[in-house]
Design a protein around this ligand. Sequence first.
Ligand code: MBD
Ligand code: FE
Length: 250
Amino acid sequence: MQDNRVVQVVEDLEQTLLQFIRKHRISHADYRLATDLIVESVKQGEESLLFDIFFEAEATDVGSAGSQASQAAIEGPFYIPGAPLLEKPYVMPQREDEAGEPMTFSGVVSDLHGNAVSGAVIDVWHADAAGLYSQIHPNIPEWNLRARFVTEADGSFTVETILPPPYEIPKDGPTGIVLNALGRHFFRPAHVHLKVSADGFEDLTSQLYFPGGEFLDNDVANAVRDGLMFDIEEDEDGVHAKYDFTLTTA
Ligand code: MBD
Ligand code: FE
């Protein structure tokens, strides 16, 4: 049996691309160049990167429009489910000599009425000080700077980690070739990815940025939104990044 929405959406995409081919006089050579680029992105494990930087933010906006939960953000290409569950005190898995300025990330998870959500699972992943992600880039221990932990009875959490830098997309891969051809730069602003989930609530995928950081207003993935900024305090222990989450019931 056919799914009506699939038929409608796929046929519209088909018509949109057929019209695009006529409009831009796309030749067979152009067409093959494009399909080869997509094949190459798969061979190099970049297909999610290639599509996510162009399209994921729009789909995320459409999908979260009208939600009263905290602002959603793109998942990006580097999420891996099943990160280690931490025991208290929460410290992100890291190398003994992990580079980067120490940072605590803390906050409170609440429902729409301001009641604490205890036992919410927060799943965090971010780049190391070199801008690289474990299990994606080579020579980094498994699950480095990836972990899950749960909120307290009062909805609060605190985890120790390091400050991530801006992320630079590989210049020599298929995504880099496209960005180069467009004359765009290759950077995303420094960010921390996370998912918040709790029984009875809608899952939230978000990503938080640092006020005043480089590339906030020209993110190559165009994924910066109001409401995604950490509150930052700095002292002799390092950076303290705070953000409170609101979840909506499922
Ligand atoms: C990232 O870290 C990221 O979050 C996105 C969306 C694209 C490339 C690298
Ligand atoms: Fe990222």
